[in-house]
Write a protein that binds this ligand. Structure first.
Ligand code: UDP
Ligand code: MN
Length: 243
């Protein structure tokens, strides 16, 4: 049997939440030996998300991990989106998994099924290109003659690992050997902080997937913001049409 995949998905309540999770669910339903860890940035579980998860037939955990108030109440600047949720998922893996691979899969990205074949045998940390990101259109390790030779990314910003959340996977055994590894509440530096915390690990040790990082198997798609009132309108519609 193939090693298990632990897919950690942060999510939060908004008009786009159910469509995003539906799209992702229907990808994951095609992947063998997978655990889906869905962690809501919320103080209580959404019954709609619970129903969606039940319907998939997948093995899943439905957890909550609200963003700490100090960040949530911030008036300006970027927030550490999805950090509390991802750390909660990582904690669950620490407590429950012994082997396999973790992958941090945001609810709004687009995933090719081949990606899950590629990451399944990650020994330590694997990386691969992410499409549709920054003005450059792609973020990826650069590979020359089959060897890692740097990073291609639209926002390097002093990062040791200038990569997107969707651009790497980590072996569970490797994670378990690093009990202090965690994702920092540091907007823009979440990936870099987490990968640095997996020390000792150097960029030259990256396992290069997707045909030496020449193929795009995941895209950083972003859904257009819909009017938040569309959630309320849906409720009004249900009440009207079913009463
Ligand atoms: N997210 C969250 N709480 C928030 C905002 C975002 O849990 O307040 C989740 C979101 O569902 C997604 C991830 O964190 O899975 C990254 O957020 P987003 O896609 O908005 O960030 P971007 O991809 O635009 O950087
Ligand atoms: Mn996103």
């Amino acid at each position: 049997d193939v090693p298990p995949l632990y897919i950690i998905t942060p999510t939060y309540r908004r008009a786009e939440q159910l469509p995003e999770l539906t799209r992702l669910a229907h990808t994951l339903m095609l992947v063998p030996n997978l655990y889906w860890l869905v962690i809501e940035d919320a103080v209580e579980k959404s019954p709609l998300v619970a129903k969606l998860l039940e319907k998939t037939g997948l093995r899943y955990q439905h957890l909550i991990a609200p963003m700490p108030d100090e960040y949530k109440s911030k008036k300006s600047g970027p927030k550490p989106r999805g950090v509390s949720n991802r750390n909660k998922g990582i904690e669950w893996v620490r407590a429950n998994a012994v082997d396999g691979v973790i992958y941090l899969a945001d609810d709004d990205n687009t995933y090719d099924l081949e990606l899950f074949h590629e990451i399944r045998f990650t020994k330590r940390v694997s990386m691969f290109p992410v499409g549709l990101i920054t003005k450059l259109g792609v973020s990826s390790p650069v590979v020359k003659n089959g060897v890692f030779s740097g990073f291609y990314d639209g926002w390097v910003a002093g990062r040791k690992f200038p990569v997107d959340m969707a651009g790497f996977a980590v072996s569970v055994k490797f994670l378990l050997e690093r009990p202090n590894a965690t994702m920092p509440y540091k907007p823009g530096y979440e990936e870099d902080g987490f990968l640095r915390s997996l020390k000792p690990f150097e960029p030259k040790e990256i396992e290069l997937l997707a045909s030496n990082c020449s193929r795009i198997l995941v895209w950083h798609t972003q859904t257009k913001r819909n009017d938040p009132s569309s959630m309320l309108d849906l409720k009004a519609y249900v009440e009207k049409s079913h009463s």
